[in-house]
Design a protein around this ligand. Structure first.
Ligand SMILES: Cc1cc2nc3c(=O)[nH]c(=O)nc-3n(C[C@H](O)[C@H](O)[C@H](O)COP(=O)(O)OP(=O)(O)OC[C@H]3O[C@@H](n4cnc5c(N)ncnc54)[C@H](O)[C@@H]3O)c2cc1C
Length: 450
C-alpha cells in the first residue's frame, strides 16, 4: 500500500484504528480491510482504481456504512474507498428542477438545503440523517414516502462513475427525458458498488409540498389496521406515508422510551398526507373517519412539533428492539399489498412454532415489511434456528408473489438466497454484465452473487 500512499499523500491509512472503523456496517458483520482511502474528487478515485486494477486488489466503495446487508464489508486484502470527503452539493438548478451532488452528501443535508429554495427530494430512508446519496443510489434506497413518490431510481437523471480500470463514464441526461441507447444509469442504480464507483449524481427534484399532516392510528386488532390500509388506498387518496408497526414493536418502544402508546394496541399506522392545505385537511379527515369506523384511535398532528412527536415512535423502533435481545436479523421482504395480513399471520405462526420473537414494522403502503428476528448471536442453537426460519420466510414471501428485498439489497447477508428468486439464466446474464464492467472482479467482490 506504500505506492497508493505515494499516489494520494495524506489520503490513505493502514492504521489499525482506521481499519477497524471502516470494517463494519449496520449488518453487524465486521472484517477490517488492508487500507482505507479518502479520495477528494474523481481524479483521486481514478488513481485508486488504476492502482487497484494493475495490482488486482479488491476495492470496496463505502458511503456511511448504514447498509443492512454487509454491502460495504471488506475482505482483509481490500482497500475501502470512503467517499465521505466527496460531500459537496455542486449545483441546485432551480429552473430545470435538478441538483448535482457528490456521492458523500448526506441525504438529510440535501433535504434541508432544498427546503430553503422550496424544493423537495422525496426519497427519505429512515437513516437519512446519516446515509449518503451515493449509498442510496448504490442500494436504490426507498423510504416512507415511496408509496406516493417512488424510490431513489425514480430521481436519478444521470451519473458520473469510475470503472474498475479507472475509466470515467457519464451516463444519462441533463434533460427531463432521454432515450438514447441502453439505460446505463438504471443499471448502475442498485448495483451495490459491484459495477463502478459513483462520483457524482444528477437528481431530479420537485416543488416542496405546501403542507403536511400526520396521523397516528392505534388498533387493538391487527386485521382492522389491515382493513384500514385497504380502505385508505381505495378512497382515492395517495398518502405520502403509510407506515405500519405491530404490537410487539409498540410494546418495545414503550418499554424503551415511553411516549404514551397503549400497551394493548396490536397495530399502529403512521399516515401522512402532503399538498395544498385545504386538500390535505379534507384527506386527513377522510382517513380519520376510515380508521375510526374500524375502531382505530386517531391522533392528528397539524403542526411541526406535534408531527415530530408522532415520528418519535417510528424512529425509536430500531434502538428499542435491542432491549428485547442483543441482536436482530432484519429482513425487508415485500409482498403484494393485499397479502400483508396473510403474511403477518404466517409470521405470527412461525414465531409461535419456533419460539423466536419476531417483531414487524414497515412501509404498509408498499407491502414492504421489515421482519426482525430477535436473537442472541452467542446462543448458537437459537441463531441456527433463526437462519432456518429466514429461509422459510423468504419461501413464503415468494409464494405470496413477493420479493426478498425491497430496499436493503443483497450484499453479503442475502447472497445465499438470491437464487431462490432469480432463475439461473438471469443470474448468468447478471454475472456476464459484472464481467464486462469489472473483468478482474475487483469491485466489491463476493457481494450479490452466491
Ligand atoms: C436505522 C436504519 C434505517 C434504515 N432505513 C432505511 C430505509 O428506510 N430505506 C432504505 O432503503 N434503507 C434503509 N436503511 C439502509 C441504509 O441506510 C441504506 O441502504 C443506505 O442507502 C446506505 O447508504 P450508506 O451511505 O450508508 O452506504 P454504505 O452502507 O456505506 O454502502 C452501501 C452499499 O453501497 C455501495 N456504495 C456506497 N457508496 C458508493 C459509491 N459512491 N459508489 C458505488 N457504490 C457505493 C457500497 O459498496 C455498499 O455495497 C436503514 C439503515 C439503518 C441503519
Amino acid at each position: 500500500m506504500n505506492r497508493l500512499s505515494e499516489l494520494l499523500p495524506g489520503k490513505v491509512s493502514v492504521e489499525p484504528e482506521d481499519l477497524i472503523c471502516y470494517g463494519f456496517d449496520a449488518s453487524g458483520l465486521e472484517s477490517p480491510p488492508a487500507a482505507v482511502v479518502w479520495p477528494e474528487g474523481v481524479t483521486d478515485v481514478v488513481k485508486v482504481m488504476e492502482f487497484a486494477y494493475t495490482n488486482a486488489i479488491p476495492v470496496i466503495p463505502r458511503g456511511a456504512g448504514t447498509g443492512m446487508t454487509g454491502g460495504s464489508i471488506p475482505s482483509q486484502a481490500a482497500i475501502v474507498l470512503s467517499v465521505e470527503k466527496m460531500n459537496k452539493i455542486l449545483d441546485i438548478d432551480r429552473e430545470n428542477m435538478a441538483v448535482l451532488v457528490e456521492p458523500g452528501v448526506i441525504n438529510g443535508k440535501l433535504q434541508r438545503e432544498l427546503q430553503r429554495y422550496n424544493l423537495f427530494y422525496p426519497p427519505d430512508p429512515a437513516s437519512m440523517n446519516f446515509c449518503t446519496l451515493g449509498g442510496n443510489v448504490a442500494e436504490n434506497s426507498g423510504g416512507p414516502r415511496a408509496l406516493k413518490y417512488g424510490v431513489t431510481r425514480d430521481y436519478v437523471m444521470g451519473l458520473e462513475a469510475v470503472l474498475a480500470d479507472g475509466r470515467i463514464i457519464r451516463t444519462g441526461v441533463r434533460t427531463a427525458k432521454g432515450v438514447v441507447g441502453y439505460d446505463l444509469t438504471r443499471l448502475l442504480v442498485g448495483s451495490e458498488g459491484t459495477l463502478a464507483v459513483i462520483t457524482s449524481i444528477r437528481l431530479k427534484v420537485l416543488p416542496l409540498p405546501e403542507g403536511v399532516i400526520a396521523l397516528l392510528a392505534l388498533f387493538k386488532d391487527a386485521g382492522q389496521a389491515g382493513d384500514a390500509v385497504k380502505q385508505i388506498l381505495s378512497s382515492r387518496i395517495i398518502p405520502s406515508t403509510l407506515e405500519f408497526i405491530d404490537g410487539g414493536a409498540i410494546r418495545a418502544v414503550e418499554a424503551y422510551k415511553p411516549i404514551g402508546l397503549p400497551g394493548d394496541s396490536e397495530a399502529l399506522l403512521l399516515i401522512e398526507v402532503d399538498g395544498h392545505p385545504a386538500e390535505i385537511t379534507r384527506e386527513a379527515e377522510k382517513i380519520s373517519r376510515i380508521c375510526e369506523s374500524l375502531k382505530g384511535e386517531v391522533i392528528m398532528a397539524e403542526d411541526e412539533a406535534a408531527r415530530e412527536k408522532i415520528w418519535e415512535s417510528r424512529r425509536a423502533i430500531s434502538p428499542a428492539l435491542y432491549h428485547i435481545k442483543p441482536a436482530k436479523i432484519n429482513e425487508d421482504i415485500v409482498v403484494p399489498r393485499n397479502r400483508i395480513p396473510e403474511m403477518l399471520k404466517a409470521l405470527k405462526r412461525l414465531s409461535e412454532e419456533t419460539g423466536i420473537t419476531i417483531v414487524n414494522f414497515g412501509h404498509a403502503g408498499d407491502g414492504n415489511i421489515h421482519v426482525n428476528l430477535m436473537v442472541d448471536r452467542n446462543n448458537k442453537e437459537e441463531y441456527k434456528k433463526a437462519q432456518v426460519l429466514v429461509k422459510e420466510i423468504f419461501r413464503l414471501t415468494l409464494e405470496f408473489g413477493g420479493t426478498i428485498s425491497g430496499e436493503h439489497g443483497i450484499g453479503l447477508t442475502k447472497s445465499a438466497y438470491i437464487s431462490m428468486e432469480i432463475p439461473p439464466e438471469e443470474l448468468e446474464l447478471m454475472r456476464k454484465i459484472k464481467g464486462v464492467f469489472d473483468p478482474k472482479n475487483i469491485l466489491n467482490p463476493g457481494k450479490i452473487f452466491p
